[in-house]
Design a protein around this ligand. Structure first.
Ligand code: ATR
Length: 264
């Protein structure tokens, strides 16, 4: 029986176990996928368990996508260039750090048939998933990326990885075609954006990385006529599909059945 885990903190909300166990059953594999609320001190033991064959793979989520890197033997190109690992596989006792968030984001855009080339993008937030989003946006040839984060220093740090980013003060609004909410605003009731979305024109694409249903000024503005609104649900599905493929060498199906199963 192969064993997989998603590690992170908080982890309660994660749909990964439900999705992976569904695909494991569909494909009649002898495997099980669980979740573990994790603290930084646990990373050494968890990765040692992988090396010793007590675990077969890990998904890594907030806040460990970067912190896990010192425990990894080999990074894929995507993981190396974003300094972000969300999927660990094992090859001959070596831990391989992969990043499937990049493909997840890219496929979610392609799935919408949105022509993102030459578009101007505004990202809110600088957390764990943002390097992957920037990397994917650049691969899709956007023309310009603005980024703003409440803690300015974290935005500046991202500029060390991607030097053509334009960093804006929190609360400032540039001209853009697509705005991406990569903050966790909306998960806590009292959080708010310091942005007046009424000043944003129409025909904009609002992309919310959060996938739990929630109502914020951001989702409201995205829901206005002529705007497009997408949340992170499809990105979540596609990154999971890629991770499943890495571990089991099978591309599991994404269809209405699995979507309905996850939503009940
Ligand atoms: P981490 O920062 O540990 O990687 P994350 O969930 O990936 O965690 O990122 C949370 C993002 O939401 C951060 O960009 C955070 O901004 P800070 O860097 O200033 O913490 C942002 N965020 C969370 N709550 C916020 C709030 N109330 N207002 C503005 N930004 C917020």
């Amino acid at each position: 029986m192969k064993k997989f885990l998603v590690i992170g903190n908080p982890i309660d909300h994660s749909l990964s176990p439900k999705l992976h166990n569904y695909w494991i059953n569909k494909n009649k594999l002898k495997a099980v996928y669980g979740k573990l609320e994790t603290f930084e001190n646990d990373l050494f033991e968890l990765t040692r368990n992988l090396k010793e064959g007590k675990l077969d793979g890990l998904n890594v989520t907030v806040p460990f996508k970067n912190k896990i890197i010192p425990h990894i033997d080999i990074l894929s190109g995507h993981a190396l260039r974003t300094k972000s690992v969300n999927t660990i596989s094992v090859d001959n006792g070596n831990l391989i750090g992969n990043n499937t968030d990049i493909d997840g984001f890219e496929l979610s855009i392609k799935n919408l048939n949105y022509d993102i080339q030459k578009k101007s993008i505004f990202i809110l937030g600088a957390g764990g998933v943002v390097p992957s989003i920037i990397y994917a946006l650049k691969r899709m040839n956007v023309s310009k990326i603005f980024l703003s984060n409440r803690t300015h220093a974290k935005a500046i740090k991202l500029k060390q990885l991607f030097n053509d980013l334009t960093i804006l003060e929190w609360g400032k609004l540039p001209n853009f075609d697509m705005i991406i909410n990569a903050t966790s605003i909306g998960l806590n009731k009292d959080d708010e954006f310091k942005i007046d979305f009424k000043k944003v024109g129409s025909d904009k694409f609002f992309y919310d990385v959060i996938y739990e249903p929630h109502q914020t000024e951001f989702s409201e503005a995205g829901g206005k006529s002529k705007n497009i609104y997408e949340n992170g649900f499809n990105m979540f599905l596609f990154q999971a599909q890629k991770a499943f493929n890495i571990w089991h060498n099978i591309e599991p199906e994404i269809n209405e059945e699995v979507v309905n199963f996850l939503k009940t």
